[in-house]
Design a binder for this molecule. Sequence first.
Ligand code: SF4
Ligand code: SF4
Length: 355
Amino acid sequence: MGNAIRYIALDKLTRVLGRLSEILDVWVPTASEEKKRLVRFMPYQAGMIPELVEQSTLGPKGALLPQVESLFRFIYEKDPDDASHKRVELEDPVAPKPTLIFGVRPCDARGFLLFDRVFSAGPHIDGLYGARRDLTLLATLVCLEEDAACFCSSVGGGPADRQGSDLWITPIGDGYVVEALNDRALHVMDLLEEPANELQTAAATKVQQEAAERRVGNLICDQSRSNFLQRFDDLNYWQQMAGQCLSCGICTFVCPTCYCFSITDELKGMRGERIRSWDSCMFYTYTLEASGHNPRPTRLERYRNRIGHKFSYIPEKYEGIIGCCGCGRCIRSCPVSIDIRKVVENLEEKAHACA
Ligand code: SF4
Ligand code: SF4
């Protein structure tokens, strides 16, 4: 592919992002000024310095599945003299724009692969997600250094895993070598400063090889699907593992593979808006039925469902794909330090011990 490998010097990065943002909506990971450790993806604005070293607290899923979004607006009119005469008018949502998410991690790109299966591969197609996804390029950064919570290699990914990405960014000290991974990405390459020279390309290859050799995490998930089912009824086990859970839902909101949402109608007179917002299976109200019955009334059952969904139900439904990309965000963010790796690991040990 011509123009397929480019080089951006560190001091040229914001200039490149500015140029890209003239033709695309560009999202970058950004550290908040008040809380240095809160890093989240935001639409790029002139002067923003992207945080490309520390992993983001909240991944980029909001760019494709906004935390709160309007699905459509509506007007409902009823003739006061004739109740059978009514009119409903729908107004489409704002059309998605071409978008580039710059600086995602391989684990984040893997999270979107699961979103694609759920929202775009049927049987139920989410047109709004699909329209956004078709217009979005993922520019993924080779992961140079994991922290203690990462375990991407345990769930099928890795620091140099290119699956799901459109552009591949390799840091080489004084800048970034950027490679187009598919034809979709070619049209932005001319905006990325100069073509990479041989030395820069060789340096990038070395960094990529070293990343590919790293195994991040030592969890073994091969049997997690069946082990989970064996431990399903063992409430003592779930008490040990998740008895401290506060039902705060943070683990689901920071998770790149959690996609549950709620729908509400916001009304003002006869006009309204249908809103979609993130929901969490860790909340009591998530499964609360209109009758008052709740099939998952306790925190243990809700935490058990979270593990089952990611390590048993999703693999069963989607040909073995694990519903977790090993990003470690739930481990870093949980206020009572529940570690999903220990829950899955102990599940296996206990299942084997009882077999
Ligand atoms: S379950 Fe935890 S480690 Fe797995 S993808 Fe979600 S936040 Fe990341
Ligand atoms: S972040 Fe921790 S305490 Fe909060 S719902 Fe998740 S497991 Fe429970």
